[in-house]
Design a protein around this ligand. Structure first.
Ligand code: UD1
Length: 344
């Protein structure tokens, strides 16, 4: 019998790639998504890649009744991967209540329903943003949590605490918290990828849209940081590698192999890359010239952060595998596919 997993935000960028890997690994997947930042035809793409059509329900995690109906309709959900959340840092500063409501209440509703429907565990999408600017690099899971720079970042910190407090209070569930570094790239089939709403705020979608001529020029936010070339450093993780981390984490969660009821893992490559490094990797692997300029710093940016992924390597047996060249090429192929489909 296939084990059944509920994936919230399963038509989104990371969610959709994860559904593919879960199905390829023999899990039975139910997707819920309110489609606020994704499209229902993602379900068709998942089916094309895996030959399995996941169940899909258009449900908002804020709607407790609708959410409960999903647990009633799909008997025997064993695990949850909770992606559904608002994720634009800048928007969260302007609309904090929207972010607190969406991101906190969704998780609270799930945690409330889990014991009633005998769901064993939940994987939560957290972020390296909880570390702020770490004092020691590469950053380990033991690094102190720094005061959040934005309501978005704060929702990640608070949600981690909500999970800990709920389990400490005796709720019969387990959890794995994955702290993602910077997910980029697309599925190698170019059937799935990131579909930003409006002007992209993140580096790679802005970069590929600029290369496509949708945006005139990419601004590199700052070249006066204390880094070798002066631009900020991040740990860019391939989205399929990231998706696979969820599968091994789910195996661990459901087979009760956890040492602790709540476990935290950094999901990154362990390599820091500057903005200029990334642009070079894009130009050399695609042969496409990018129009960019050096601009001023962006408010709230961290100077440099990259992961120590040893715990995930050793305990989960997971390691990032796809090269940066292949990853940026996959992002470009996805952008070409969007043009072909007349989407962007
Ligand atoms: C941040 C958060 C991350 C969150 C993500 C969601 C941190 C460390 N990370 O990622 O947790 O999930 O937002 O949006 O807080 N850049 C340019 N030009 C651009 C866009 C970006 O130079 O047009 C640079 C940025 O200055 C940064 C790098 O590219 O150095 C990556 O930026 P971005 O893709 O926005 O991600 P983060 O800000 O690192």
């Amino acid at each position: 019998m296939k084990q059944r997993i509920l994936v919230t935000g399963g038509t989104g960028y990371i969610g959709s790639h994860t559904v593919v890997e879960l199905q390829n690994s023999g899990y039975d997947v139910v997707i819920i998504d309110n489609l606020s930042n994704s499209r229902e035809d993602v379900v068709d793409s998942i089916e094309k890649i895996t030959n399995i059509r996941p169940a899909f329900e258009k449900v908002d995690c804020l709607d407790f009744q609708a959410l409960e109906n999903v647990f009633k309709k799909y008997d025997g959900i064993k695990g949850i991967i909770h992606f559904a959340a608002s994720k634009a840092v800048g928007e969260s500063v302007k609309k904090p209540l929207l972010y607190y409501r969406n991101n906190l209440v969704s998780l609270i509703n799930l945690l409330e329903l889990m014991p009633k429907y005998s769901v064993d565990g939940i994987i939560f999408s957290s972020s390296c943003t909880v570390y702020g600017q770490p004092d020691i690099l590469p950053v380990t899971e033991e690094a102190p949590i720094k005061k959040a720079e934005s309501p978005y970042g704060n929702t990640k910190q608070i949600n981690e605490e909500i999970i800990r407090d709920t389990i400490a209070s005796g709720s019969p569930i387990n959890s794995i918290i994955l702290r993602y570094f910077n997910p980029i790239g697309a599925h190698p089939t170019a059937l799935l990828g990131e579909l930003p709403n409006g002007v992209p705020q993140n580096l790679v979608p802005f970069l590929t849209q600029t290369a496509m001529g949708i945006r005139e020029q990419l601004s590199v936010f700052g070249n006066d940081y204390n880094t070798p070339d002066g631009s900020c450093i991040r740990d860019y993780i391939n989205v399929v590698d990231l998706a696979k981390a969820h599968v091994v984490a789910m195996d661990r969660l459901l087979n009760n192999k956890q040492l602790e009821r709540v476990e935290v893992f950094n999901i990154g490559t362990g390599n820091g890359l500057s903005v200029l490094d990334l642009i070079n990797a894009f130009e050399s692997s695609t042969g496409v010239k990018l129009n960019y300029k050096i601009a001023g710093r962006r408010e709230g940016d961290i100077e440099k952060v990259w992961a120590n992924p040893e715990r995930a390597n050793n305990v989960l047996g997971w390691k990032a595998e796809v090269s940066i060249e292949e990853t940026v090429k996959s992002a470009w192929n996805w952008q070409l596919k969007l043009r072909e489909k007349g989407i962007q």
